[in-house]
Design a protein around this ligand. Structure first.
Ligand SMILES: Cc1cc2nc3c(=O)[nH]c(=O)nc-3n(C[C@H](O)[C@H](O)[C@H](O)COP(=O)(O)O)c2cc1C
Ligand SMILES: Nc1ncnc2c1ncn2[C@@H]1O[C@H](COP(=O)(O)OP(=O)(O)O)[C@@H](O)[C@H]1O
Length: 326
């Protein structure tokens, strides 16, 4: 089996990965609509026995065009790479995106990236993908370029959910900001997941009988503050059920940045420094300000019971969910 290749800085592309099928897009969230595009690329790769690659852009182009409004990334690059690897791709190419790159013509992009660097034989993308200076390159342009350069082009139509709404990253971002983890999972095809190193907190949790693994999430994350039923994955792959609190902890502090704190069930050990992931299965309640630690602890005990009950019956939604949250 070949090792998954993550190319973060337009480094040399191994020859074994040239001449493949290339899915192009930002794919933030790798949601079910993205998965339709990506599955088509995997099918072509398997039929033609050529490598399968994904070309994406880092940072997210919108961060370059509107720097004062950083995009809330559903899947930061490392998690996206993991999901693509689990799906069966051979490589992800995270192309450094800046204004100079954005200012290149569509033809320059095709020649220097798709032909000279990757030697792509097949391109798969969504029906609305545009590229090159001022978005001059669209589906028709890409089809014509394929004719000239000799690569195949597959354009995948917008994927709709059961209610015939188009699945989009922005719709999912707003569901996450409302704490709607069930609907979010339905559109992603897997449970919303964050990854971060476990950091030191105030060491109060253990004295309350609730040790919590603390994580700082990227500032752009717009997860609703509150208490969630979760599954927690350690670096070694072990997974524990747990309950998380995300927010500002008004009972003990009333300032500072939002923190994600997770109490793992049936676990004891040291987690500091490990990069762990938390997958969200359900929203239990908003964060509240209690009059002292005693009522807080009583409520935390009820949260634990509720989370245990919610998690007792959960099943993987598919292979991506199985790989990251189970
Ligand atoms: C299940 C759970 C629910 C929580 N709910 C609240 C809450 O509603 N309000 C609040 O101020 N803090 C809440 N917290 C945060 C606690 O105040 C925090 O875990 C405690 O202060 C320990 O902090 P430390 O990890 O820095 O030692 C919750 C924590 C957990 C694990
Ligand atoms: N069941 C558990 N759930 C969460 N963390 C645990 C658990 N058992 C042990 N730990 C360890 O204890 C630490 C949390 O203890 P705590 O007193 O809350 O300290 P901190 O304030 O640094 O988070 C975690 O980071 C982890 O290393």
């Amino acid at each position: 089996m070949t090792v998954f290749h993550r190319n973060e800085q337009r480094g040399d592309l191994p020859e074994t990965l040239q001449g493949g099928v290339l899915a192009i897009g930002n794919f933030d969230g790798v949601h079910r609509g993205h998965q339709a595009v990506l599955s088509r690329a995997l099918e072509i790769a398997s039929d033609r026995k050529i490598p399968s690659l994904v070309l994406t852009f880092e940072p997210h182009p919108r961060t370059i065009f509107t720097p004062d409004k950083p995009v809330f990334r559903i899947t930061p690059a490392p998690l996206k790479a993991q999901i693509l690897e689990k799906m069966g791709f051979n490589a992800v190419l995270e192309y450094p995106f800046d204004r100079t790159f954005a200012g290149r013509s569509a033809e320059e992009f095709i020649q220097s990236v798709l032909i000279d660097w990757i030697d792509a034989k097949e391109i798969v993308t969504g029906f609305d993908f545009h590229f090159g200076k001022g978005r001059e390159g669209g589906p028709a342009y890409l089809l014509a370029a394929g004719g000239r350069h000799g690569f195949g082009v597959s354009l995948i139509d917008a994927f709709r959910d059961e209610n015939t709404d188009v699945i989009s990253s922005s719709r999912i971002r707003s569901l996450i900001s409302e704490g709607d983890m069930v609907e979010t999972a339905g559109l992603l095809g897997y449970r919303y997941t964050v990854q971060s190193p476990v950091i030191h907190g105030q060491k109060l949790g253990r004295t309350l009988g609730f040790p919590t693994a603390n994580m700082a999430l990227p500032v752009d994350v717009q997860l609703k503050a509150g208490i969630y039923a979760v599954r927690f994955r350690l670096e070694d792959g072990r997974v524990f059920d747990g309950v998380s609190s995300f927010g500002y902890r008004p009972t003990v502090t009333d300032h500072g940045a939002a923190l994600l704190e997770t109490m793992l069930f049936d676990f004891s050990g040291d987690l500091y420094g490990q990069t762990c992931s938390v997958s969200f299965f359900g929203f239990l309640r908003p964060e509240m300000k209690f009059d002292g630690l005693e009522p807080l602890v009583e409520q935390m005990n009820r949260d634990v019971e509720e989370a245990r009950a919610l998690l007792s019956g959960v099943k993987p939604l598919g292979s991506i969910d199985q790989a990251i949250a189970f």
